[in-house]
Design a protein around this ligand. Structure first.
Ligand SMILES: CC(C)(COP(=O)(O)OP(=O)(O)OC[C@H]1O[C@@H](n2cnc3c(N)ncnc32)[C@H](O)[C@@H]1OP(=O)(O)O)[C@@H](O)C(=O)NCCC(=O)NCCS
Length: 173
């Protein structure tokens, strides 16, 4: 995959207290609330990291949050589970992602997903995981993510996984 390029004047950086988090509105209350009240605290506790995309006016255009987690072998789709040990397995979590209402429809969400998957792949060279998991907050979010190679977890249609194998194939395209 080619390196992700954001439009001129947009910059991606790690979340800090200097970012105007309260002004962010992507239209999904849960996704807003995470950034407004929880993302920084979670980062300071080393539970997750968030990257913030700011526009040329220093407003938050979008963000994503990554974390690590575990999934039980029995919860994986059969093709992902094949040849893996029958126990809890490490996963990367694309925990949250949003683009502000004023910046939607410009391709920024696509770029943020690509960047977040690139971050996961790079981290996976050091800390291995079997796939990237995400939870969809809505049907709209699910159809957005299904543009990539994410598959549903059996019995959990709003939880999707992109296997590390597919991720690697995407990155080497
Ligand atoms: C989902 C979201 C991140 C998309 O961001 P965006 O910057 O508007 O997306 P893009 O401009 O990159 O759109 C890329 C493609 O996805 C499609 N798309 C965008 N939002 C979509 C949606 N909700 N459902 C289906 N397809 C969608 C676009 O039509 C576009 O397709 P095209 O390239 O063929 O025109 C944004 O709408 C958002 O923040 N929503 C609220 C929060 C949310 O649902 N987050 C995800 C779960 S945590």
């Amino acid at each position: 995959m080619k390196p992700v390029r954001f439009p001129d004047g947009f910059r991606l950086s790690s979340l800090s207290s200097a970012h105007p988090r309260r002004e962010f509105d992507c239209g999904e209350a849960l996704v807003n609330d995470w950034l407004w009240t929880k993302a920084l605290q979670s980062q300071e506790k080393h539970l997750s990291t968030s990257k913030i995309l700011v526009d040329p006016d220093k407003k938050i255009a979008g963000y994503y949050t990554l974390a690590v987690g575990q999934i039980d072998f029995s919860d994986l789709p059969r093709d992902v589970a094949r040849k893996l040990p029958r126990r809890a397995l490490p996963v990367a979590l694309l925990a949250w992602l949003g683009v502000s209402l004023g910046h939607q429809g410009l391709g920024l969400g696509t770029r943020l997903v690509a960047q977040s998957l690139g971050d996961c792949h790079e981290a996976g060279q050091t800390f291995a995981f079997v796939g990237v998991i995400l939870d969809c907050v809505s049907d709209a979010a699910k159809s957005f993510y299904q543009q990539w190679d994410f598959a549903e977890l059996p019995g959990n249609p709003y939880r999707l996984i992109l296997s590390a194998k597919r991720l690697a194939a995407m990155m080497h395209k």
